[in-house]
Design a protein around this ligand. Structure first.
Ligand code: 13P
Length: 252
């Protein structure tokens, strides 16, 4: 049975004291709520990972990073390796977020290397895909997502693919307040699951968690998560407010 997941992507937000307050509030609240089997993942900036994995050790959430460089070590000034994350008990890592594709020119080919580097060390990629608005308007959104999956994930052996979590994040919905409708989300999630089924078989497809991201909040999460192929969310802005984030985690 695939996992239900709510992951918070803090992006480049919070100073240390704010990060401490936010994680403490979330950890305390998670003790008191019914998650209905859902897993909660927090993805803070790198420099808070150690502090947050310490809190996670005694709490009911897991920890993910927002990025890696695909090498174990070496002369890559400013970069962080999956090996470093592994030692901190980080279990997940976001790969292919549209902000990295857009601002750091990360290609499908480069993201494939990141996926491989994470899997070597047993970290689970949360692989983001999604179209920009002109692509949706030109009815190219299915082709764009297909290509992102084919070029960065579908080289994986079947056993390796089982470690992948997918997040469909239509770029036009990220940080805009314009959420995909539940029908738009369901349609794309079902399409992604069909592609996985064609490549890896029906069992792999039904075991893969596919999250929705893009202006998901405490008000719309329940409707989105009620869709048969929406297994949770990757939450940006609303993950920075503890009460709202907790509401999302209990929206299944
Ligand atoms: P928002 O929830 O702020 O739209 O961001 C979504 C996102 O990019 C999560 O990775």
């Amino acid at each position: 049975m695939r996992k239900k997941i709510v992951a918070g992507n803090w992006k480049m937000n919070t100073v240390f004291s704010e990060a401490e307050t936010l994680v403490t509030e979330i950890a305390d609240s998670l003790d008191d709520v019914e998650l209905n089997g859902a897993e909660v993942i927090l993805c803070p900036p790198f420099i808070y990972l150690e502090m947050i994995t310490d809190v996670a050790f005694e709490s009911n959430f897991k920890v993910g990073a927002q990025n890696i460089y695909p090498a174990d070590s070496g002369a890559f000034t400013g970069e962080i390796s999956p090996l470093m994350l592994k030692e901190l008990n980080v279990e997940y890592c976001i790969v292919g977020h549209s902000e990295r594709r857009q601002y750091f020119q990360e290609s499908n080919e480069f993201l494939k290397k990141k996926v491989d580097a994470l899997l070597i060390h047993g970290l689970q990629p949360i692989f983001c895909c999604g179209e920009v608005l002109p692509e949706r308007e030109a009815n190219q959104h299915f082709d764009v997502v297909k290509r992102q999956l084919e070029e960065s994930l579908f080289h994986l052996a079947p056993a390796a693919f089982l470690n992948i979590i997918i997040a469909y994040e239509p770029v036009w919905a990220i940080g805009t307040g314009v959420t995909a409708t539940k029908e738009q989300a369901q349609e794309m999630h079902a399409y992604i699951r069909q592609l996985i089924s064609e490549k890896y078989g029906a069992d792999a497809a039904s075991e893969t968690s596919i999250l929705y991201g893009g202006s998901c909040n405490g008000k719309n999460a329940a409707e989105l998560f009620s869709q048969p192929d929406v297994d949770g969310g990757l939450i940006g802005g609303a993950s920075l407010k503890s009460a709202e984030f907790i509401k999302i985690t209990t929206s299944f």
